[in-house]
Design a protein around this ligand. Structure first.
Ligand SMILES: NC(=O)c1ccc[n+]([C@@H]2O[C@H](COP(=O)([O-])OP(=O)(O)OC[C@H]3O[C@@H](n4cnc5c(N)ncnc54)[C@H](O)[C@@H]3O)[C@@H](O)[C@H]2O)c1
Ligand SMILES: [Zn+2]
Length: 1587
């Protein structure tokens, strides 16, 4: 054996696990491994199992090597031996292979290969392969030996070690498995070179986890080695010869993997079956796993536990066991390896889409952990980096976990009983500027200094690392990182052995540059001749030129390595010359501070002369000078901007307390002021140079606080709660950041007497351009509390209110991602009765990450966690939301209806409307015609552009801006529009048939004539409109609606436009609910022209949830103009016929459609157009070019993409690799997956079902179909959006397609849709129309259900029916509408308010229990019939006649319609008074006589009295002119009231119509299907008329 060696022995390390050295670690182990396996695990057959990704990379080589080495080894053994057999098996990659099915496949393979006990399995791959093959090995022939060759980082440090093997089932991950230890684990780092970055990062999570719980020194290696470690994996040096493969980076990588693997092995050895110690490995996993359970398949394990670690560390912090320094280090370390640290990370949000981890859901999932006790869960609590609170997980109460997980916080007011102490002393976060300076000073000084209160942030971190690299000083942490002990190097710096990397830390970059010039030439070595200073991409754009110029002029040699004027820099070690240095200081005071700080170490005393005019930020220069003084160097300021710095060396004071950040300090002081306690801050006082440090004296004192300040400390004693005084006028220009803190105090400041309590804060205009427009935000949020505030030109005015009158906003305070808003409002929350909800609590992380913990633990304010889900939903309605408020621009030819539609949009969004032309005329006080007459068209266009640009600038949000038709004629205006789109703005092009426009404009003479035909104008502009818009709305006949009053026609247009608008801004996307458990369908329209189909569409769409427009089947033969225009009109036409969502499909010939395969570009042009038209769904075939698909995805916004693939050849198999491949591609790109194959026999449908079962339940929605007659079963069983046909369609869209009725019938026959019985309860009911309504519906849709009458006086009689499992639902009428309630589990909101039940719905709750729900649809009948006929505004009033049961539904309907004045008449007045007291906010006005003259004559009259009553209807009630009368009685059909009203020109709605309408809603609630409305109506009326 010893003579066998072609290559040098690789150097390997062994790790022992369970007392055997079976883990082998190194580089290039292949030969070693094969030899070791053959010699030490001698068997007759070796089976290597891997996945296809790895097989293509490594299998061939492994197989060859194995065979070669095996035969060599056999030869050396002697003549008779035969070399062992080597076989391999490849499975598809990914978690979906970790199943019982794949396990059986492998076992079948082994058996077919006659493998016996004499077999060794080699699991070559990631954790999936390891877990699966380990389990195969554990049970094959009652257990065969196996070897792990982990190829992912995760598998190397975690999955391969420990002997846990398992497969997944649809019920969950890893549910079936065994403990089975591998004989060997070969960790060969070389495999990482082919691993994707995301997979590598995924594994790093476990590596970081191990270091975090176990060994601080390993953690430090990780913190400092980011660039190296990533480099070793992601930029491997492949051409390095074998012997020298270990670069320093690789060695570091090896050592961190070694540590992590070793720890896991140690834990396993000492705690193989998981009791205590092994629980530590669970750090980050308790919460991480819960996240993973929800984010399954979109986030990787490591990504979830990275977020979990952050949350669990925050939990430890909130429990007081971990300080912010440690939390910050953990977060920074995870981030630096590219791991997500929060579900709010932009990258994470993009990946997870609309999946949401609600706190309840997370808590629910965590509940399942067997190790919990009661409402306590076990979580690993860190107590420092490398340390845990216990040697096992710790019990933590649910409420603490909930608080940490919650995105929002409830601040409870302090009361006498709360544990707010009367006197608090606390230190607040350190100032960043001072922290950076003190690091430089103490490092360059002699002696040792203890730094306290240092700010821990990325910026100070890199500053520290830079000083360390320069060998300038020694740094040690004490008190768990609260104190930094610096032993200064006296300015002896050396050339660092690596680049100094400064991230994006501006201050550090500037300070370091001068420091690097101090490095002495003697420290140079052959390889290290210069110091290199560099940063991240952003840093490489930030200027440093003026500083480098000054230093170069002084003799330093500095070279720009990339861009002139920016980092990276190469600095020669020459020492700083000194003498006169000229510096231009008008750009940044940091240049000045940089030279000042290093100046004492120059060879000559420095005279620094500032040039270039105005010196900016003098206070920072003063700060530097004063701090230098504290370290023993006195700077002398000569006349003007000239400073003289003596030669010398800084001397470290024994202790230096970093001053607090003055802005942060205002919050605890304000809490003292508002709650009447005393607060002492020991690290900020009158000597501070920070402007905000004056807050206590200048703001709090005049408001009534007692303020005591020493040079370095501040004490504030607040007055008793409620006695702060307003500040009539305060200029806060020197402390602008503190204006928010002052504002919340002003909100509760009131004078002793009455009078107004106004505080006016000025001088803070700059706060409009901070994290958000802080002045506007403050006004908005304060008003939610009931505090009146308004904006001033450079400030804010606040009307103080009494504390008792304040009310925390119901939906919470919005923070606009601004830390100062969050902290200010938590100050206010300390006194607001009943608590204040603050959303986005996370935003405090910018300056005070543990603010909430401090607020609770140090300031004693009680907090609760809150999960506010609506945060995303309420975006549009809430006017304060900045981004969604973005103004919308409408363009298009004159006469297309921009103003009409614009006003509708403005109304819907509560935006304001601006017409650019009108704005032009008002601002210039002329008409456009006159302007053009005088100055010509060119001048007009120029002025128009100017005005347009200024409008965009002035009204960036909250406006609908309708442009003049010619705006696109000017190139600069076009550029403006295009830029607006690029910045995610919305520009809608309104289009209308050009002939209609011509007709319309020819009637209008008020605008200047074009002087050319409208058609020519259109032709010229058309392309411009298209390129300058990102949405297009085709308006059919807006003009007709405006002139001829046909309200319902206009209603169609308006509803359609509103749907479009809501869709494009993402408010309501009209899409099918993916999560709905019930089946959904779409019908494919196969017409070549829809205009002939209009009367069929209502029937064809019976029961379906969406309509597919098969664009490839449309044919443009009869029309002039382009195909795209034709499609656009067809779509617009379809939109008027149905409100269902539209699936826009262009099926290619290759995929079974008619669109030419050669016209890929044209196809994608159409698809992009569909996005512009606001189609809810676009079908894209995944076989097209990736670029084109990517481009589509980039532009899709709210449209959902259906990624479809059709196997037209009929060769793909549901259990084959091809379909999996297609599935993965579609899943990666699209929102919905559609795979269509061909069935040869019914078996193919079972295989299809098998495929579906193999996918996890929470995957993306998927449509899977087999074509052809044999495939019909697949159509019956498909769940989501099954394509259906209808007999009225000209042809089926695909062979084998069924109608919805056929599918229902088939489902019933195969036991998937049992028959249900529906009833009408009440009496007398024998003449009821309801059976006709519902049975027509059931029959039309092919549903097996039946609706029957159940007449009884006694409600008790219905009880057995309700309990029957076949009961499907019921209508309820007199006399049971109230007393039925006792049998129901729940009432809907409507039924509760109306106080009566007319519908019973059977529901199944989340635990599978049957629940009876009482609802009311009476009001819906009225609501939906009235709505299209009346335009309702604040002046609309209604009249209800009668005050019985039905009148309650009528009241509710009118209220829901937005009618704010409701007259009521009834013979018995007292009944009305009852209603008034039950509906106090409905605006009910009782009237005593119908002939009474009413102030707002009613436009809607509803009669809810029996038709038999002989009431007289005087003419006066029809005073409005044209209104709507609703008759609730439906016998006889034409009542006196209807007759009289219609004589007066009113529109009448008959009782029978209302009955049908409410029945339709009932039907839809029961069946979850769109009712076949037209059939129901026709049948019922026919029956009714014949009765
Ligand atoms: N048994 C345990 O104790 C344990 C512990 C942790 C995780 N796990 C299990 O591990 C599995 C996850 O393991 P994973 O993250 O390694 O995933 P994985 O096995 O699915 O591998 C991830 C992907 O990377 C590819 N890949 C693997 N090595 C590669 C290489 N060298 N070059 C290029 N591509 C490569 C794979 O083909 C796969 O597509 C999960 O099923 C999890 O339950 C088990
Ligand atoms: Zn893990």
């Amino acid at each position: 054996m010893s003579n066998f060696s072609e290559q040098p022995e690789p150097s390997i390390t062994k790790i022992s696990i369970l007392h055997e050295e079976s883990i082998i670690l190194g580089f290039h182990l292949t030969e070693y491994m094969i030899r070791d396996i053959i010699l030490n695990i001698p068997v007759s057959t070796y089976v290597l199992i891997t996945d296809s990704t790895l097989a293509s990379l490594y299998l061939e080589n492994l197989s060859n090597q194995f065979k070669k080495i095996a035969s060599k080894l056999t030869l050396s053994k002697g003549n008779n031996s035969v070399p062992p057999r080597f076989i391999s098996y490849v499975i598809p990659p990914g978690e979906q292979s970790k199943t019982r099915e794949t396990k059986s496949e492998i076992e079948d393979f082994l058996l077919s290969q006659t493998c016996t006990r004499d077999t060794c399995i080699i699991a070559f791959g990631g954790g999936v392969i390891g877990d699966l093959c380990g389990f195969v090995a554990a049970t094959f022939m009652r257990g065969v030996p196996f070897v792990q060759v982990p190829t992912t980082l995760l598998a190397m440090v975690d999955a391969s070690i420990g002997g846990k093997t398992a497969v997944d089932t649809p019920h969950g991950k890893n549910l079936i498995g065994a403990f089975w230890q591998p004989k060997r684990i070969f960790i060969d780092i070389i495999y990482l070179e082919t691993l994707s970055e995301r997979q590598f990062t995924n594994g790093m999570a476990e590596v970081i986890k191990t270091a975090a719980i176990w060994k601080e020194s390993d953690f430090v290696n990780l913190e400092n080695g980011v660039a190296s470690i990533r480099d070793a994996v992601l930029n491997p040096k492949r051409d390095v010869p074998f012997q020298e493969t270990r670069t320093p980076s690789q060695s570091l990588l090896l050592s961190v993997i070694h540590s992590a693997a070793e720890f896991k092995a140690y834990v396993v050895t000492n705690d193989e079956r998981e009791s205590g110690l092994r629980g530590l490995l669970n750090f980050g996993h308790s919460i991480g796993h819960a996240i993973e359970a929800i984010m399954y398949e979109v986030l990787l394990h490591g990504e979830c536990i990275s977020i979990g670690m952050v949350k669990e560390a925050e939990l430890a912090r909130s429990l007081g066991h971990l300080n912010q320094v440690a939390v910050g280090r953990l977060i920074r370390c995870l981030e630096s390896y590219g791991l997500p640290i929060s579900l709010d990370d932009k990258k994470v949000r993009e990946m997870v889409g609309d999946r949401y981890c609600s706190v309840d859901k997370l808590m629910d999932i965590m509940k399942i952990d067997k190790k919990n006790i009661g409402d306590k869960k076990r979580i690993v609590i860190l107590s420092g980096i490398g340390k845990t609170l216990e040697q096992k997980a710790t019990f933590v109460s649910d409420s603490c976990i909930r608080k940490v997980l919650s995105p929002a916080v409830l601040v409870n007011p302090v009361t006498s009983s709360s544990n707010l102490s009367k006197h608090i002393t606390m230190t607040t976060p350190g100032s960043k500027s001072i922290s950076n300076r003190v690091l430089v000073l103490s490092a360059l000084a002699t002696g040792t200094c203890k730094l306290k209160g240092l700010l821990h942030s990325d910026d100070t971190q890199v500053m520290l690392a830079a000083l360390q690299n320069l060998g300038g000083a020694k740094f040690e942490w004490e008190d768990n990182g609260e104190t930094l002990v610096v032993t200064g190097g006296g300015g002896n710096l050396k050339v660092p052995d690596k680049d100094i990397y400064l991230g994006n830390a501006g201050t550090a970059a500037r300070f370091t540059t001068t420091i690097c010039t101090l490095v002495s030439a003697e420290t140079k070595t052959v390889t290290k001749t210069h110091t290199i200073v560099t940063g991240n991409a952003r840093m490489k754009q930030r200027p440093i030129g003026p500083l480098v110029d000054a230093l170069r002029e002084n003799g330093s040699q500095i070279r720009y390595l990339e861009n002139e004027g920016c980092l990276p820099l190469e600095i020669a070690p020459l020492g700083l010359h000194g003498g006169v240095i000229n510096l231009s200081a008008s750009i940044s005071s940091q240049y000045v501070s940089s030279i000042l700080l290093s100046a004492p170490y120059a060879n000559e005393p420095v005279t620094l002369s500032l040039t270039g005019g105005q010196v900016i930020s003098q206070p920072y220069i003063d700060m530097t000078i004063s701090m230098m003084n504290s370290f023993g160097i006195k700077v002398e300021r000569l006349d003007g901007d000239v400073y003289r710095i003596p030669k010398g060396c800084y001397k470290n004071p024994s202790e230096y307390i970093v001053e607090a950040d003055a802005s942060s300090a205002t919050y605890p002081l304000a809490i003292a002021a508002i709650t009447g306690i005393k607060c002492t801050l020991p690290n900020i006082g009158s000597a501070s140079l920070q402007g905000d440090a004056a807050f206590a004296v200048k703001v709090l004192k005049p408001m009534g606080c007692e303020v005591t300040q020493t040079a370095t400390s501040t004490i504030v004693q607040g007055p008793p709660i409620g006695s702060l005084r307003p500040l009539p006028q305060i200029d806060m220009v020197t402390m602008t950041d503190a204006f928010l803190t002052a504002s919340v105090l002003a909100a509760v400041a009131s004078n002793k007497g009455n009078g107004e309590c106004i505080t006016r804060i000025t001088g803070v205009a700059n706060q409009r351009v901070k994290e958000c427009n802080r002045i506007a935000a403050m006004v908005n949020e304060l008003s939610k509390f009931g505090v009146t505030a308004s904006e001033l030109p450079d400030g804010i005015q606040i009307n103080g209110a009494k504390i008792q009158s304040l009310k925390g906003p119901e939906k919470g305070v919005k923070c606009y991602d601004d830390h100062r808003i969050a902290m200010s409002f938590s100050v206010l929350g300390c006194v607001v009765p009943n608590g204040t909800i603050i959303l986005e609590k996370k935003c405090v992380e910018k300056t005070w990450p543990d603010w909430w913990d401090d607020l609770e633990s140090k300031l004693g304010v009680k907090l609760d966690g809150l999960d506010i889900k609506q945060q995303h939903d309420s975006l549009v309605k809430d006017k304060t939301e900045v981004s969604r408020d973005r103004s919308l621009i409408f363009i298009g030819m004159r006469g297309v209806g921009k103003s009409t539609l614009g006003k509708i949009a403005a109304n819907l969004l509560s935006f304001q409307f601006i017409d650019v032309d009108e704005y032009f005329e008002t601002t210039l006080s002329t008409t456009i015609s006159k302007f053009i007459e005088k100055q010509g068209w060119a001048a007009f266009r120029e002025k128009e552009f100017e005005i347009f640009a200024s409008i965009l600038q002035k009204y960036p949000s909250g406006y609908i801006i309708a442009c003049g038709g010619g705006i696109v004629e000017t190139p600069s205006s076009r550029d403006l529009l295009k830029a607006y789109i690029r910045e995610n703005g919305i520009v809608v092009h309104i289009v209308r048939d050009i002939k209609e426009i011509e007709e319309y404009l020819n009637r209008d003479s008020t605008r200047p004539a074009y002087g050319e035909s409208i058609l020519d104008v259109w032709k010229r502009r058309e392309e411009w409109y298209k390129e300058c818009s990102n949405y297009e709305f085709f308006s059919i006949t807006a003009d007709n609606y405006a002139t001829d009053y046909d309200p319902s026609c206009w209603y169609t247009e308006e509803t359609n436009f509103i749907r479009f608008l809501k869709f494009i801004i993402g408010y309501e996307t009209n899409q099918v609910d993916n999560n709905q458990k019930d089946k959904t369908f779409f019908v494919s329209l196969t017409y070549s022209d829809l205009s002939s189909a209009s009367q069929h569409i209502p029937t064809i769409t019976h029961g379906v949830d969406a309509i597919e427009l098969r664009v490839d089947l449309l044919s443009n033969n009869l029309h002039s103009g382009s195909f795209v225009d034709y499609v656009s009109k067809q779509l617009a036409f379809l939109r008027r016929l149905s409100t269902l969502p539209i699936i826009f499909t262009v099926r290619s010939q290759g995929q079974g459609g008619k669109f030419p395969d050669t016209q890929e570009k044209e196809m994608f042009f159409l698809l992009l157009q569909a996005l512009k038209w606001g189609c809810e769904y676009v079908d894209v075939e995944i076989c097209w070019s990736q670029d084109l698909i990517s481009n589509l995805i980039k532009n899709k916004k709210n449209t959902k993409l259906i990624g479809s693939w059709h196997d037209v050849t009929g060769t793909a198999k549901w259990d084959g690799e091809e379909i999996r491949q297609r599935y993965r591609t579609a899943k990666e790109y699209c929102d919905i997956i559609k795979i269509v194959c061909r069935a040869e026999s019914i078996i193919d449908n079972f295989k299809l079902q098998g495929f579906i079962l193999s996918l996890k339940t929470d995957t993306k929605p998927i449509i899977t179909i087999n074509m052809g007659i044999e495939g019909q079963l697949s159509r019956i069983l498909n769940e989501f959006l099954t394509p259906v046909t209808h007999p009225l369609l000209p042809s089926k869209a695909a062979p084998g397609q069924l109608s919805i009725s056929e599918i229902h019938q088939a489902l019933h026959l195969i036991g998937q849709l049992p028959k249900k019985n529906y009833y009408l309860f009440g009496t007398p009911i024998s003449h009821s129309m309801s059976p006709t309504i519902h049975n027509t519906g059931f029959k039309t849709l092919g549903l097996p259900h039946y609706y029957d009458l159940f007449e009884s006086e006694n409600v008790e009689d219905v009880k057995p029916i309700l309990e029957d499992s076949q009961f499907g639902g019921a209508s309820v009428t007199i006399p049971h509408k109230l007393n039925i309630m006792k049998y129901l589990d729940r009432l809907s909101e409507h039924a509760t308010i109306i106080g009566a039940v007319n519908t019973i719905i059977v529901e199944t709750d989340s635990n599978g229990n049957r629940k009876l729900v009482g609802d009311n649809t009476d009001w819906l009948g009225m609501f939906h019939l009235i709505k299209p006929l009346v335009k309702i505004d604040s002046t609309t009033s209604g009249l209800i006649i009668g005050a019985g049961g039905t009148s309650r539904a009528a009241l509710y309907a009118l209220h829901q319609l937005g009618v704010s004045t409701i007259y009521m008449y009834n013979r018995t007045q007292s009944k009305i008074s009852d209603l008034v007291s039950q509906f106090p906010t409905y605006g009910i006005i009782p009237i005593t006589s119908l002939s009474q003259t009413l102030t707002q004559s009613p436009q809607i009259i509803i009669s809810s009295i029996p038709a038999t009553s002989n009431m007289e209807f005087p003419d006066e009630i029809f005073q409005f002119g044209k209104g709507v009368i609703v008759e609730m009685a439906y016998k006889p059909r034409r009542t006196n009231l209807l007759k009289k009203g219609e004589e007066k020109g009113w529109i009448g709605i008959e009782g029978i119509q209302i009955l049908i309408e409410q029945g339709i809603h009932q039907f839809e609630k029961w069946t979850k299907r769109k009712a076949p409305r037209n059939f129901i109506k026709d049948n019922t009326l026919e029956k009714y008329n014949s009765a």
